[in-house]
Write a new protein. Structure first.
Length: 103
């Protein structure tokens, strides 16, 4: 009856391999924070510099995180952060861009 004691993680969306991934978790956190910052600030026209730069850095960290991610949990969070960073980046670019019309 040893098989009854093992949890079934094969069908779980957040399945993990029960090992720590500190770099991947840090990239996940940074991507989500930058994505939310870019997304929220993109709705304010005067904050286009913050939204475009936070979105660009969030996209880059999210892409690197996707490249080295090992579990579905990490990939799921990174995709959410990447989506928010992308929307914030593009709205920030539409409102004035990375340099605010200096170039």
């Amino acid at each position: 009856m040893a098989q009854a004691l093992r949890p079934n993680t094969a069908g779980s969306l957040f399945a993990t391999d029960d090992r720590p991934h500190p770099l991947q978790d840090a990239l996940l956190g940074v991507t989500v924070v930058l994505g939310l910052t870019a997304f929220i600030t993109s709705f304010f026209h005067s904050l286009h510099l913050l939204s475009s730069w936070a979105g660009l850095v969030g996209i880059l960290t999210g892409l690197y995180g996707q490249w080295i991610s090992e579990t579905t949990r990490e990939r799921f969070g990174l995709i959410l952060g990447l989506g928010a960073a992308g929307v914030g980046f593009f709205l920030g670019m539409a409102n004035g861009g990375l340099f605010g019309g200096l170039f």
